[in-house]
Design a protein. Structure first.
Length: 182
């Protein structure tokens, strides 16, 4: 390993979308990060245990697995790891859980490399963030509620469906839909 490589901060990128990983890896390497890529939770854990990254960018949904498990594991390995949760399925419930587990920021896709780097280096909250004056739509509220109940049952769709008094397939179909914005 060269001296130049030793000076670069190590970043673990875990997402099941290989094309996204390749594009983001190149962009982050141009911003002077040494990027380690995994496309599933087991690979991510193995890399983290071997390499102990200073930074991590973790997708919320990694195939059928939850990136929240990986956040928890990374923090147990090193509670100084700066973790950004990245997702195309943003919800208040998952954002809160990610932060409670140790992530420092939560970004929705599509997020570019500059936004991710800014989030990785942001150590304080921003009180100037604008508050949305419009209430959430009924469809969005339903989606948020489904996510919250699913989190309460550790991602177990059958248990969440029973708690919601809903057929499991109905819940799966609702969860597969992209969340309504606002």
């Amino acid at each position: 390993m060269t001296t130049d490589e030793m000076d670069k901060p190590r970043l673990l990128l875990v997402d099941d979308d290989e094309t996204f990983c390749n594009v983001l890896k190149c962009a982050l390497e141009k911003r002077n990060y040494e990027v380690l890529v995994a496309t599933n939770v087991a690979e991510g854990i193995a890399l983290a245990e071997k390499e102990l990254p200073e930074y991590a960018v973790i997708d919320l949904r990694i195939g059928y697995e939850s990136g929240l498990e990986l956040v928890k594991k990374l923090i147990s390995l090193d509670d100084n790891t700066q973790i950004v949760m990245l997702t195309g399925f943003a919800s208040i419930a998952t954002a809160v859980e990610a932060i409670k587990l140790g992530a420092i920021h939560y970004l929705t896709k599509p997020a570019n490399a500059d936004e991710i780097v800014n989030a990785l280096n942001k150590n304080e909250g921003d009180p100037s963030v604008l508050i949305n004056e419009n209430p959430l739509s009924v469809k969005r509220l339903e989606w948020e509620h489904l996510q919250k109940v699913l989190m309460q049952y550790d991602g177990n769709i059958s248990a969440a469906a029973r708690a919601l008094n809903m057929h499991r397939r109905t819940l799966q179909r609702k969860l597969e839909k992209r969340p309504v914005r606002g």
